[in-house]
Design a protein around this ligand. Sequence first.
Ligand SMILES: [Zn+2]
Length: 273
Amino acid sequence: MLLDPGTDLVTLLRAVVDIESVSGNEKRLADLVEEVLRTQPHLEVARDGDCVVARTRLGRAQRVLIAGHLDTVPVAGNLPSTVEETPEGIVIHGRGTVDMKGGVAVALKLACELDRPRFDITWVFYDHEEVDASLNGLGRLAGNRPDLLEGDFAVLMEPTGARVEGGCQGTIRIRITAEGRAAHSARAWMGDNAIHGLADVLARLAAHEPKRIEVDGLEYREGLNAVRIGGGVAGNIIPPRRGWRSTTGSRPTKASTRPWGIWRRSSTGTRSR
Ligand SMILES: [Zn+2]
């Protein structure tokens, strides 16, 4: 078996990392994860596309979901994995070692070893996390088999340095386009500079202080960020258009209108559209 859950965690992680699984190419890794899970008599295994779900059925009062994505962003000359011995311990390098094959390896090993957990556990290994949300395997699974995602608490094994972070209940993405008027830069007074038109938006964004919200002792940080910007035509032209995008994370206990509220407060009075 290529993935041996009985081996040590470093060896298992390297085996998971060395199976390239850039988004859209998760099948081989999903097949191998499924093969391992199906050898475990205490787990009931289901598959949806390249999403593999394994559940204990012990009749416990509560169920915990533990999920992680199998895919990675594109490889950048960082496979196969390498190991470095450092004074702090062993460091493994390679695409996906942290996000999130570290979590996948831990989950896979625990799924096999925890045959009598205190809570029933649903282990979810899913595809297409690093790409457009419409392709996300977890979203597809929620549509095809919502019963497989039933539970009382969920943990996503994203890398947080082994700390528990409160999850976000929603994000909103906003695209802003500032309209100006083109002119030759030698006669700038004849134009209207669209890039300058976004200065106030960016200043407000930089000045925004995200809230920290505590939910049941867990601190959650909101965020409001410019994530892309573009514009301009040539070195001698006053730019007539400039685009700008932001993302806003909502707090975990509030309704989905929360991002709009943050956005309105930050953007009130700006002259850009
Ligand atoms: Zn991730």
